[in-house]
Design a protein around this ligand. Structure first.
Ligand SMILES: N[C@@H](CCC(=O)N[C@@H](CS)C(=O)NCC(=O)O)C(=O)O
Length: 295
């Protein structure tokens, strides 16, 4: 069994499993929470739940969204599993790793670092896109609840950047994508510039483009393609007002690329907090469920 079960918690008729496993990619133990809906848990059930991966934002662990995002509410009704990974390796003890809240621990940015010392373990792209799903779906205890062929992705802020970029980088891997307040053009905002300088190198701006949702849309052949994408941004979000998110740049790139199926909604007065996610999580679950064949 690849996972150690730290806790099992009843939630909305299903179970939230708090897990830990040893990651080869990061070289550390990784915490991850998994919500399994009641349909898959019922005695003698052969139901395999499709999976929605939720990528969290800066400073988060798997707990933030499990406790106050309320994705379990609608996921339980529809028979959807939700996977909440961590946002970085923990405990590598790299110099400066815990000095700031927007870089290093809790701020892995869902890229594979190329720069020392971060290239030792800060490989969150490989971890989320490959190692975690491979390990989970192959696991004797937890894999049996899940349908590995039906996976969608969502995320918040840094995790919204992760969801959009992984979706665009790995066509076909995820049935749909959604995002709350995503860092949509990291090459042009302070959070992204700091992270990409540290993880990818300040001189490598061409490399940055491969990890920037706006640039990935700009450079790809998306004309007439249905991107199956839902994005919500709160107009009362201070990070939006400070220019950290830049969803308008993303919208402009989508328009120029001629892509279809991208819905960006500006939600009046909502801020950057989990009050915002909890308000719209049912709708983001429905978006994923539609593309996973559950609605
Ligand atoms: N620590 C930062 C805020 C960081 C922040 O807002 N993080 C967001 C993601 S970008 C979050 O989800 N925080 C955890 C929470 O609200 O539970 C500050 O002091 O301004």
């Amino acid at each position: 069994m690849a996972f150690t079960t730290k806790a099992t918690i009843a939630s909305f008729g299903g179970k939230l499993f708090k897990l830990s496993h040893s990651s080869t990619v990061t070289g550390t133990p990784m915490a991850v929470n998994l919500f399994v809906p009641p349909q898959a848990l019922a005695a003698n059930s052969t139901y395999k739940a499709p999976v929605l991966i939720y990528l969290s934002g800066l400073t988060c662990t798997p707990e933030n969204c499990s406790e106050k995002g309320f994705f379990q509410h609608r996921a339980s009704q529809l028979g959807l599993a939700v996977l909440y990974p961590d946002t970085s390796p923990r405990g590598l003890n790299l110099p400066g790793e815990t000095d700031s809240w927007d870089f290093g621990a809790g701020a892995g940015f869902y890229v594979d670092a190329t720069q020392a010392p971060w290239n030792k373990g800060y490989k969150m792209e490989s971890y989320i896109a490959r190692e975690l799903p491979d390990t989970l779906f192959g696991d004797a205890e937890y894999g049996r609840y899940l349908d590995r062929a039906r996976v969608a992705i969502t995320g918040h802020s840094m995790g919204g950047h992760g969801a959009l970029t992984l979706y665009l980088k790995y066509p076909g891997k995820f049935a749909s994508v959604s995002a709350f307040a995503p860092i949509a053009n990291p090459s042009n905002c302070p959070w992204g510039e700091k992270a990409f300088t540290g993880y990818l190198g300040g001189e490598n701006r061409d490399e940055w483009k491969k990890h920037d949702a706006t640039e990935l849309v700009r450079s790809g052949d998306w004309k007439g393609k249905d991107l199956k994408m839902l994005i919500d941004v709160g107009t009362g979000d201070n990070f939006y007002k400070q220019g950290q998110l830049l969803p308008e740049n993303f919208e402009q790139a989508v328009k120029e690329a001629g892509a279809e199926g991208v819905k960006v909604r500006y939600q009046q007065d909502y801020d950057h907090s989990y009050y915002f996610m909890a308000t719209f999580s049912d709708e983001h679950v429905d978006h994923a469920a539609k593309h996973l064949g559950l609605l």
